[in-house]
Write a protein of this length. Structure first.
Length: 301
């Protein structure tokens, strides 16, 4: 197979591992910077070009699209889909999962465990919003934030009101969530491929920090999942329409609650923590499922 990997940096661990795994399985792999691509959108022969040359025909495309280039990146991915190339994750599913509010609403509709979440538009709504989610402490999140950036833990009601007012004053879209104290600053990253959790790790925040992201100094260790946690992770990925996803779960007193569903999960932390060849399993999934014109949405929707 000839596989395109949409990534802006070929030296990133996840990108390198995917190339290595593709080659090890006897395939060709090209790393393509989506921002260097431009498209010919027409009825007869749609195409993608880069540096004055039309890209060759690919059998499959693996999108590793950064959050900051979601709009253009998913536009390029849609073009691949229109051309009949099999996408590991579809453009519509990626866009859906990147919208934090929309993704929570979809998960809620499916009855998947979630932290109580509030969303408002005006400062006048803040007192009732905080009461609705159980008061302080609470977590305030920018809808556009990634890797723990734009996430604030407000210890008191007064602090929460001040932070929310400040964000609203900047016209930022935010949501407010209950703080799951019993999680103890730890979450579980479940790596879902298809209909299975193939790896999981526990991420523990460093002392004095409540965000467990590895980018912020968190540590990763092996963890044994309960059947309910496995089911929750797989159901969350399916709700987003993702073939591969990193589903972040907190252990609460009422069972697992989903914090986020990531459409481009990093491979370094979880491969190192578990010793599992996740890149190889991704290529095996593509080998099994990567057929032409198999995109459910045909690049639209």
């Amino acid at each position: 197979m000839k596989i395109a990997i949409l990534s802006r940096n070929p030296n990133l661990y996840s990108t390198r591992r995917l190339v290595e795994a593709a080659v090890a399985h006897g395939h060709e792999a090209d790393v393509i910077d989506v921002l260097k691509c431009y498209m010919n959108i027409n009825t007869v022969d749609p195409s993608i070009h880069m540096k004055g040359v039309e890209l060759p025909d690919y059998d499959a495309v693996i999108p590793r699209i950064g959050a900051s280039v979601t709009f253009y990146g998913t536009a390029v991915l849609r073009q691949f889909e229109m051309m009949g190339v099999y996408p590991l994750n579809e453009s519509v599913a990626i866009t859906r999962s990147r919208d934090k509010l929309r993704s929570l609403q979809l998960l809620s509709r499916k009855g998947i465990g979630l932290p109580i979440t509030g969303f408002a538009n005006k400062p006048a709504d803040i007192p009732d919003l905080l009461t609705m989610i159980g008061g302080a402490p609470c977590v305030i999140k920018l809808l556009e934030g990634t890797q723990g950036i734009g996430v604030v833990l407000a210890e008191t009601r007064k602090a929460a009101e001040s932070v929310i007012e400040a964000f609203m004053g900047l016209k930022a879209n935010i949501m407010v969530q209950e703080y799951i104290k019993e999680a103890g600053g730890a979450d579980i990253r479940c790596l879902v491929i298809g209909d299975r959790v193939i790896a999981a790790m526990k991420r523990q925040a460093k002392a004095g920090e409540f965000r467990s992201n590895l980018h912020r100094g968190g540590t990763a260790t092996l963890v044994k999942l309960t059947p309910q946690e496995r089911q929750t992770a797989v159901q969350a990925a399916k709700t987003m329409g993702l073939n591969i996803a990193g589903v972040d779960i907190l252990r609460s007193n009422r069972g697992p609650v989903v914090m986020e569903v990531n459409s481009s999960p990093g491979l370094e932390g979880i491969e190192n923590a578990t010793g599992i060849d996740i890149a190889g399993k991704i290529i095996q999934f593509i080998e099994k499922n990567g057929k032409p014109n198999k995109t459910r949405t045909k690049g639209v929707g």
